[in-house]
Design a protein around this ligand. Structure first.
Ligand code: NCD
Length: 304
């Protein structure tokens, strides 16, 4: 009898109960409430076709903390992909070597395609400008450490056109009550229309602002992102958008005392390092929360 394969491809596929279950499970791992043998003898294949520091390393560390082992694709140049092998064939083969696959790929929809040909669960580690579910879960987890996930004003600042973390997060937030999403994007880099339409169908409120100062005093959470240079069609288009925003301690003086600042990282100038020592700066804690969240995800798809 075949058991249904548990992929984690997009928060759009998940209901609020499934998300909350993973957040609770992460809290358990965070408290140290685990044996370290949960995934003994299991192998996670780590296939990253785009650069990554946090996602790749924290999935690997999370797997090791649960007793499992890692099979790394390594550099794409050293694989048969350079000989012209398709992603489907690569996944078909690797799914015979491992118990789950975490995939990062520049093409939107790549993880879903992989899940259709894989014989083991697939976790989306980021697909182009699409989705980034593990990042979103750790974002929610970090917000939940400071406040309840309801009745929140959250500002999303930066490249909302190409940034997958904000796409993913907006859909996840739409599943919670009374959330208002405030977008502050450089001209031309707001949410794509198709996403705005899909989001408005969920009933979540989205309000656009030209300047951060216009909304900063109302926010409970400010989520800053970098311009996604690698997703711009050409360098000239990117140059015309050079980031015109930088969060500084001076600017933060008008924020609520309890507002928190998040950033998926890497940052490339959007947050002045002088902000790091302020109590509102939660982005390094956010990155560390990647471990318990990814332990929960790996345990969810591979245990039993
Ligand atoms: C993000 C990503 O890859 O989408 N990084 C991450 O996983 N923490 C954000 C980014 O690269 O800007």
């Amino acid at each position: 009898m075949t058991r249904e394969q548990k992929n984690i491809l997009s928060v759009r596929d998940m209901d609020r109960r499934e998300i909350d279950k993973l957040l609770c499970s992460a809290a358990k791992f965070d408290r140290g409430d685990f044996t370290g043998h949960e995934l003994d003898k299991k192998i996670l294949a780590v296939l990253f076709f785009e650069p990554s520091t946090r996602t790749r390393m924290s999935f690997s560390a999370a797997m090791m903390r649960l007793g499992g082992k890692i099979l790394n694709l390594g550099s794409v140049e050293a694989t048969s992909i350079t000989k012209g092998e398709t992603l489907s064939d690569t996944i078909r083969v690797i799914s015979g070597y491992a118990d789950a696959i975490v995939l990062r790929h520049p093409k939107e929809g790549a993880a879903r395609l992989a899940s259709e040909v894989s014989s083991v669960p697939v976790i989306n580690g980021g697909d182009g400008a699409g989705q980034h579910p593990s990042q979103t879960l750790l974002d929610l987890y970090t917000i939940r450490e400071s406040m309840r996930l309801e009745n929140i004003d959250i500002g999303l600042q930066g490249d909302l056109r190409y940034g997958r973390t904000v796409h993913s997060l907006a859909f996840a937030l739409s599943k919670y009550n009374n959330i208002r999403i405030h977008t502050i994007a450089p001209d031309g880099l707001d949410f794509p229309n198709y996403l705005k339409e899909d989001l408005s169908e969920t009933g979540v409120e989205i309000i656009c602002h030209e300047k951060l100062e216009d909304i900063l005093p109302e926010l409970d959470v400010l989520y800053v992102t970098r311009l996604q240079r690698e997703r711009f069609p050409d360098p000239v288009a990117f140059a015309s958008y050079s980031a015109n925003y930088r969060l500084t301690p001076e600017l933060l003086q008008i924020a609520k005392p309890k507002m928190i600042v998040l950033h998926p990282l890497p940052r490339v100038g959007e947050i002045d390092p002088a902000v790091d020592s302020l109590p509102c700066a939660k982005y390094f804690e956010q990155a560390h929360n990647g471990i318990p969240i990814r332990m929960a995800m790996l345990n969810e798809v591979m245990s039993q």
